[in-house]
Design a protein around this ligand. Structure first.
Ligand SMILES: NCc1[nH]cc(CCC(=O)O)c1CC(=O)O
Length: 308
């Protein structure tokens, strides 16, 4: 029996079920889904007062260390970049769509939203990107799970014209048809790790599980998200900082573009690099440090609040 720990949100349960199914298929073992209730799920206090989005990850990690489960599934973008003592990332499966999606009323897009339209998001990066692209919009701070946020822009109780959500989350919940525009990563890069999952285990996890996780791991996703997350770590930026990073592998090269925004949308700094994966022992780390150092040298700290 393998116990798979997860948060209890619809999104967490959906993505955990997919991983649980592949672990079951690869090990032939029975799987139990263990729901871990986190302070972020039960408290009405703001996430920042609880210590940021890391509260979700740390409850799962505590359950893993307490041996209440054998493996946990995280959304990689919500996982703090610092490694956790006694635990390791056993697998980073192939990434889903890393793009953000605009979900608007009446099929509207970023370009066709009327002047002064009200658009909801809780993410400082998305706030900055919206202000940069459309300074006339009214950006509204929203919270809640994906269905709650979608209902703010679509359906009978909508009070906003649009919301911005991750395409991957919509896809995992079968709600991708709510997207009225998928925002391209070039002009609209997203959070480090967006669209990817991390499967975490205790260090030295046992045989069948370890083999299954090796099979689930996707090398180019792992390298890409390592580059994106190293940018965040090198900038000493929290997960709520207005920072975007997008990396991918193609033809033996790793490409990385990292961007820091002023939250009011007035300024942005971008660093883009490419390098041959075979030319370095740690290509993801090297390219990320180059990009982050360039952003810092160009004044990233002067335009954006990078700390938590
Ligand atoms: N911060 C919340 C969060 N964490 C993971 C996802 C789903 C997308 C993903 O797995 O990257 C979302 C929702 C969103 O940003 O719209």
């Amino acid at each position: 029996m393998i116990r798979v720990g997860t948060r209890g949100s619809a999104l967490a349960l959906a993505q955990t079920q997919t991983i649980a199914d592949s672990i079951a298929a690869r090990t032939g073992e029975e799987i139990e889904i263990v729901r871990v209730v986190t302070e972020g799920d039960t408290s009405r206090a703001s996430l920042s007062s609880l210590g940021g989005t890391g509260v979700f990850a740390s409850a799962l990690r505590d359950a893993l260390l307490a041996e209440e489960c054998d493996v946990v599934v995280h959304s990689l973008k919500d996982l703090p970049t610092a490694p956790h003592p006694g635990l390791e990332i056993g697998a980073v499966p192939k990434r889903a769509d890393a793009r953000d999606a605009l979900c608007a009323r009446d099929g509207l897009t970023l370009e066709t939203l009327p002047e002064g339209a009200r658009v909801g998001t809780g993410s400082p990066r998305r706030v900055a990107q919206l202000r940069k692209a459309r300074p006339d919009l009214e950006v509204v701070d929203i919270r809640g799970n994906i269905d709650t946020r979608l209902a703010r822009a679509q359906g009978p109780d909508a009070d906003l014209d649009a919301v911005v959500l991750a395409a991957a989350g919509l896809g995992r919940l079968g709600r991708l048809e709510s997207a009225t525009e998928l925002l391209e990563l070039g002009p609209w890069p997203t959070a480090p790790g967006q669209g990817a999952l991390a499967i975490e285990v205790r260090e030295g996890a046992r045989g069948a599980l370890r083999t299954a996780l090796k099979g689930l791991d996707h090398f180019s996703t792992r390298l890409a998200v390592e580059a994106e997350r190293t940018v965040l770590a090198r900038l000493e930026a929290g997960c709520a900082a207005p920072v975007a990073a997008t990396a991918f592998l193609d033809d033996g090269l790793i490409f990385l573009s990292a961007r820091v925004y002023a939250v009011d949308g007035s300024e942005q700094l971008t660093a883009s690099h490419a390098q041959y994966v075979a030319d370095s022992e740690h290509p993801a780390i090297e390219i990320a440090e180059r990009a982050a150092d360039e952003l810092l040298a160009n004044g990233a700290r002067d335009i954006a609040p990078l700390g938590d």
